[in-house]
Design a protein around this ligand. Structure first.
Ligand SMILES: Nc1nc2c(ncn2[C@@H]2O[C@@H]3COP(=O)(O)O[C@H]4[C@@H](O)[C@H](n5cnc6c(=O)[nH]c(N)nc65)O[C@@H]4COP(=O)(O)O[C@H]3[C@H]2O)c(=O)[nH]1
Length: 671
């Protein structure tokens, strides 16, 4: 390489080239000039780089008249538009064979420093950012220099525009960065591994006429956010928006309707007889049926209406901008015609129908909670009248519901008669599968009905307020049980109890728990409270205070049914919780559905980063344990190991556990 070539290639960051005026050629040029000359001279024939005659004549007279030691300002025309030209600095230089030629370098009007200074600044910046994706571009977007990490990530980028996956984004970026601003934005850029999201920080140096660009690859962050957004806002089984999105849309529908003086309606759907299917054929069949029904309901509603799954067999349809109730009634009829039908599920023909309740704004309520409540009351009326019906809300329906709920009288007596008991479901640590804890689950041993599921009577107890004495009973019973096991010398395990939302709002809850701990003498480290996300979100500020009080007492805290509620990551960080329990609806298809796996994996990774222990509930198959173990889930719980067991059976279960021989020894009185 001649000295002149060396200067061109390594010391001149912007486009520069040498003209052999006598032979009308460009014998040397640097990389930045390569593309510029294509623009200004048209395609350069390989090796020749001829300049047209008018240009030759111009540079001939310039060479003849210029002072050989001094540089001068000049212009280099665009081939496409001769009116336009690049602002350049020129000087006469000696060609390798001793003749004189011209050296031209494109200059930006704002550039004042000599090239050597530009280079020093670049080098020190590159040194400073060498482990980051850092690059320098000229103001017209030509590549000047970059760190190795930038080149490895983006490949060779000769012009800044080629970085941007969307050309309009490139345009807007250039116009903003030219406005002398420091710019930070999230944008898709083309890398050697395809298009990925980046956070770029760019600044424009007016003195040097350069753009400095620092790019952080945030694709994983984005993927994580998308997974979490889905987790928060979509039902995993049907892919329909969930309760969380329903509340958001209802709020915005309400605001729109109020502003524009419009109406909107909602219908509450509950499948008839779904519980029978679930109980008789199992959850897998129940889930498949729910998926098929959801598809049919969706195809029965107009495109402007939105379908949500609230959980279980409950759905809501929202239709904005309605004119009268008959529009909603038409939709209800269409759902009944199409969705209330037979379904081929698990090689069977299953018959299912829906009961529907309709409420509309502003006729039936002017706030979201009451609209939902009233649509629910109308649905309840449809169900109690005979299934597969729809009802539009009327005032007296709410009274009927309240009357139904006062059936809590039976519950009150049950507390007095001590008809309740606790069952214990083991929690198992991975990978060695030792029992490390249990969840206490309440059972109602009804004199006529036998064992009644908590899913039936807890909502009733909540509505009637009886959950407060009932909840207190559960905590006291769990603590006494812990003490009993301790007194018998069994190895200590952690016992968790569920709190209901009404109970969590109870003003003296912390005092009550403290009093029970003192009364029973239980070490608080062995008592865990399971709370749901929705409970905490109702009044996040107060919840945080309450949780801190529990922590001060020494209890551990767990978020139950994670993924079914609000799952706000930013909020989770604020709550002093130790455990996150992934809802069983996510565990169901693990190892079968890759979307599901991605969500569970992301949840576990996120929990880990927040220093939380993760437990998965509803584990029924070995394949689920294998998948969860692979994702680093610490504990599992489910029918695979055991159903919730009465106290004696639980002790027997523990006795069979490897590593829990002391259970057996103590019980037989050997210790
Ligand atoms: N399909 C399936 N189900 C499994 C599996 N393993 C456990 N389960 C069931 O999942 C439920 C777990 O409790 P949860 O999600 O807190 O849900 C509980 C909890 O929210 C509530 N609950 C139970 N006991 C209490 C209590 O003492 N207080 C309060 N406030 N709520 C309670 O009632 C709900 C239902 O309780 P359970 O009927 O006992 O139902 C239990 C349990 O029997 C499995 O492998 N597959």
């Amino acid at each position: 390489m001649t000295d002149l070539e060396e200067i061109l290639q390594n010391k001149m960051p912007s486009a520069a080239w040498v003209i052999d005026v006598e032979h009308s050629t460009i014998p040397m040029l640097n990389q930045a000039a390569e593309s510029l000359l294509v623009n200004s001279l048209g395609p350069i024939q390989s090796g020749q780089r001829q300049i047209p005659l008018p240009l030759k004549q111009k540079w001939q007279s310039r060479l003849a008249s210029c002072n050989k030691g001094q540089s001068f300002s000049c212009r280099w025309p665009f081939s496409s538009n001769l009116e336009q030209s690049h602002q350049c600095v020129g000087r006469a230089v000696q060609l390798p064979d001793g003749r004189y030629g011209m050296l031209l370098e494109v200059r930006l009007e704002k550039v004042t420093q000599p090239p050597s200074l530009v280079l020093e600044t670049d080098t020190s910046l590159l040194q400073q950012f060498k482990t980051l994706s850092f690059a320098i571009f000229s103001l017209d977007g030509q590549f000047i220099n970059a760190s190795d990490s930038f080149i490895n990530h983006f490949g060779e980028v000769s012009h800044i525009n080629y970085l941007f996956a969307v050309s309009s984004a490139a345009k807007s970026f250039m116009s903003r960065v030219n406005g002398l601003s420091n710019l930070s934005q999230e944008i898709m850029l083309s890398t050697v591994n395809g298009v990925r999201w980046h956070r770029i920080e760019a600044s424009f140096d007016a003195n040097l006429g350069q753009i400095y660009l620092l790019a952080h690859d945030i694709q994983e962050e984005r993927d994580h956010e998308v997974a979490l957004y889905r987790l928060n806002n979509y039902d995993n089984l049907t892919n329909l928006p969930n309760r969380n999105l329903l509340y958001q849309q209802l709020e915005s529908a309400l605001q729109n309707a109020k502003k524009r003086d419009r109406q909107f309606g909602l219908m509450y759907l509950d499948l008839d007889g779904f519980k029978v299917v679930n109980d008789n054929f199992g959850h897998r069949v129940g889930d498949e049926l729910i998926q098929r029904v959801a598809e049919r309901i969706k195809s029965s509603i107009p495109s402007g209406a939105c379908l949500y799954r609230l959980g279980g067999d409950e759905f809501v349809v929202v239709l904005e901008n309605t004119h009268d109730l008959s529009e909603l009634e038409d939709i209800a009829q269409s759902i009944m015609k199409n969705a209330s039908n037979t379904y081929p599920v698990a090689k069977m023909e299953m018959m299912i129908s829906a009961s529907i309740g309709i409420a509309s704004y502003p006729q039936h309520a002017d706030d979201v909670d009451n609209l939902l409540k009233n649509a629910d009351a109308a649905m309840y009326r449809a169900k109690s009248t005979g299934h597969n019906l729809y009802f539009v809300y009327e005032n007296h329906m709410a009274d009927n519901i309240n009357a139904h709920l006062t059936l809590g009288g039976g519950l009150r007596k049950a507390i007095e008669n001590e008809e309740f008991e606790l069952h214990y479901q083991p929690k198992v640590a991975l990978p060695d599968e030792n029992v490390v804890g249990a969840e206490a689950l309440i059972r109602w041993n009804h004199p006529d009905l036998g064992m009644v599921s908590p899913a039936k009577f807890i909502p009733l107890a909540e509505e009637s307020g009886l959950i407060l004495p009932l909840g207190e009973w559960v905590i006291r019973r769990a603590c006494r049980q812990l003490q009993e096991w301790r007194e018998k010398g069994y190895p200590a395990i952690c016992l968790s109890v569920n709190l209901s939302s009404r109970q969590f709002m109870q003003a003296d809850l912390v005092d009550m728990v403290q009093a029970i701990l003192e009364e029973t003498g239980v070490d608080p480290a062995y008592l865990e409270l399971e709370l749901t996300e929705s409970m905490l979100m109702t009044d996040a500020k107060q919840s945080i205070e309450k949780l801190h009080s529990f922590r001060k007492l020494g209890l551990t805290l767990s978020i139950d049914d994670f993924g079914t509620g609000y799952s706000s990551l930013s909020y989770l960080k604020k709550f002093p919780i130790q455990t996150l329990k992934i809802d069983r609806s996510f565990i169901h298809d693990i190892g079968i559905d890759s979307d599901n796996d991605a969500i569970v994996k992301a949840t576990i990774a996120m929990a880990k980063s927040l220093n939380l222990k993760v437990i998965a509930e509803g584990v029924e198959h070995r394949s689920q344990v294998n998948a969860l173990g692979g994702y680093d889930c610490q504990e599992v719980q489910g029918y695979l190991y055991s159903k919730p067991l009465p106290s004696d059976d639980f002790v027997q279960f523990m006795q069979k556990q490897v590593g829990h021989e002391s259970f057996a020894l103590v019980e037989t009185g050997s210790l």
